[in-house]
Ligand binder design. Structure first.
Ligand SMILES: Nc1ncnc2c1ncn2[C@@H]1O[C@H](COP(=O)(O)OP(=O)(O)OP(=O)(O)O)[C@@H](O)[C@H]1O
Length: 233
């Protein structure tokens, strides 16, 4: 069996609410799982179980109290739980992508440039990157009249499609997705299902939160029940 792309082991986290007299909110404990190339795995469990928190820990946005989160980066393995901030930034530029639920809009930058940016950052020729961005936005049915506009005033579903295009345009071996289809209609959900299937075929390992049962059943190979980690917390 090949090496995992992501290996989470013994991860524990308790939120400490300093403004609430130091109240402690344990969220996960002893969380452990592996993710391999070409598979899509959903974090499952009811609202409040800790799915988003776990995804944010893997991305390095939330600190962990205990355990290791090993992400493969070429020949190296980086422990997100202990990596220096600079190493974490480099890891996000090369090995780990994140499609959040909402687009973080960059003022005055057009939708097309927002989408093409990760490829340009990878060193791809600007015209080639823009052509790929146009193709992706067309596939996601974003009206062409919007491409040259900054996405700040776009509808929720339009922003989400720009966000998905930006998150998927470049190759990253590990992809984290937080409800990528929450604001989308059926036709665009089907497009996203197709895009996820293509990533899997390209060997990308995907970890995500998919509340939409139809999307989850279409793309996910297995579900990790986060309540198992919450029970121990
Ligand atoms: N930044 C934070 N500070 C304090 N508590 C938090 C923080 N983030 C999450 N929590 C708490 O941790 C628990 C798990 O939240 P989380 O958002 O991870 O759940 P979830 O399974 O993703 O839920 P949902 O399906 O509703 O999005 C909740 O009780 C929540 O209140």
């Amino acid at each position: 069996m090949s090496e995992p792309i992501l290996e989470v082991s013994g991860v524990a986290k308790t939120f400490v609410l300093h403004l609430r007299g130091g109240a402690r909110l344990p969220v996960v404990s002893g969380a452990g799982f592996e993710l391999f190339a070409g598979e899509c795995v959903a974090l499952g469990g009811p609202s409040g179980a800790g799915k988003s928190s776990l995804l944010k820990m893997v991305y390095g946005n939330y600190r962990v109290d205990q355990g290791a989160i090993l992400v493969r980066d070429g020949d190296e393995t980086v422990d997100v739980a202990h990596a220096a901030p600079r190493r974490l930034i480099r890891l996000r530029e090369t090995a780990m992508g994140y499609v959040s639920q909402f687009l973080r809009v960059i003022p005055r930058v057009s939708a097309l440039d927002v989408v093409a940016e990760p490829l340009i950052h990878d060193g791809v020729d600007r015209e080639e990157a823009l052509a790929k961005a146009r193709a992706l936005l067309a596939r996601l049915n974003l009206p062409e009249r919007l491409w040259s506009l900054p996405p700040a005033t776009f509808s929720g579903g339009e922003q989400q499609r720009v966000n998905i295009a930006r998150g998927l345009i470049a190759h990253r071996p590990l992809l984290l997705m937080d409800e990528p289809t929450a604001s989308l209609d059926a036709a665009n959900r089907a497009v996203v299902i197709g895009l996820i299937e293509e990533k899997k075929r390209a060997g990308v390992a995907i970890l995500g939160i998919f509340h939409d049962a139809e999307v989850r059943e279409a793309v996910c190979d297995r579900i990790i029940d986060v309540t198992e980690f919450a029970k121990a917390a």
